[in-house]
Design a protein around this ligand. Structure first.
Ligand code: SF4
Ligand code: ZN
Length: 306
């Protein structure tokens, strides 16, 4: 099959949802122009903004950092070492992130959960009996906001792709979590000390972000986090992939249709008042934020063990 852009080279991918087939030289320009279109359409940031990209060493976040630099944005990296030792998962993901930072010539800010909380994510899970992703998500949200604010960045960007967003949407709808539905989308504006959060890749499928990483020879980690095994999001992704296989463009239609109707969920969900956590000073709805409460519980449990 020939590339439908240049009509010259052999296509390396067929994208039926876009009615497009692209060769290697045409792929990155197509990908970058669609990234820029999403940034402008949803007003994610402008060229003067300082962007912090949350990188995990995986294909999506590294591709995002690379793409934003290709587009000329002021984008630096932020890596949270979770202390997940399974086959040196955290070490390998840090190395991949540092390698790209070196290639891009941009700083990578690093924090270690163990240094900040006194325990790694697996230790927090063992001590608090929370499911690992719950403590991990809380920790990541806390530090992403804190570091973005402390280091003077305007916005934090994450590599969530269309598969992630459609799976989250499916979970939120199946459980009618209207509070989450009112907040889901490509952009969460800043308010009350919460920094602006954006997802420039939310209309690219995982296949499309992977191909960008491969075409640009990004050295990302292939291993998934061991705690992701059995996650309901993987089950939803599988269902959505089957739907997409039967009818190309289903994921995109599902997500963009939701965005058109999102205001209905926002109208029934009051926006909670935010105040500052008495312990860490980060925004929260209570007196002490959920992260500090979890960190306190970890310390109490550790004292009991000693
Ligand atoms: Fe954290 Fe769960 Fe993601 Fe692993 S799968 S990085 S534990 S949120
Ligand atoms: Zn706090």
């Amino acid at each position: 099959m020939k590339c439908k852009k240049c009509r010259n080279e052999k296509a390396i991918t067929n994208l039926p949802a876009h009615n497009l087939a692209l060769c290697r030289p045409c792929y990155s320009p197509w990908f970058l122009s669609n990234t820029k279109a999403a940034i402008d359409r949803f007003k994610l940031f402008n060229p003067a903004d300082k962007i912090l990209v949350a990188v995990s060493g995986g294909k999506d976040s590294l591709a995002l950092w690379h793409a934003l630099r290709q587009l000329g944005y002021e984008a630096d990296g932020f890596y949270i070492n979770l202390g997940i030792d399974h086959e040196a998962y955290s070490d390998k993901s840090l190395e991949a992130s540092q390698k790209l930072a070196g290639q891009l010539g941009r700083p990578l800010h690093i924090i270690h959960v163990h240094d900040e909380v006194g325990s790694t994510i697996p230790e927090i899970q063992a001590l608090t009996h929370r499911v690992p992703c719950s403590g991990c998500g809380l920790t990541k949200r806390h530090f992403m906001n804190k570091i973005t604010a402390d280091l003077g960045y305007d916005v934090i960007a994450t590599g969530h792709n269309l598969d992630d967003e459609a799976a989250t949407l499916m979970g939120n709808i199946l459980h009618w979590q209207t509070e989450y539905l009112s907040r889901q989308g490509p952009v969460l504006d800043d308010r009350g000390g919460l920094k602006k959060k954006v997802k420039p890749f939310c209309f690219f499928t995982e296949k499309e972000t992977t191909l960008y990483a491969l075409v640009n020879r990004l050295d990302y980690i292939r291993d998934e986090c061991p705690f992701s095994v059995g996650a309901s999001s993987l089950f939803y992704k599988d269902i959505l992939n089957r739907l997409e296989h039967g009818s190309a463009g289903t994921k995109r239609m599902f997500y963009s249709g939701f965005l058109k109707h999102k205001a209905a969920f926002q109208s029934i969900e009051p926006v909670p008042e935010l105040k500052l956590c008495q312990t860490c000073g980060q925004p929260t709805t209570g007196d002490v934020c959920a992260f500090c409460r979890m960190a306190d519980r970890v310390q109490e449990k550790k004292k009991l063990i000693i």
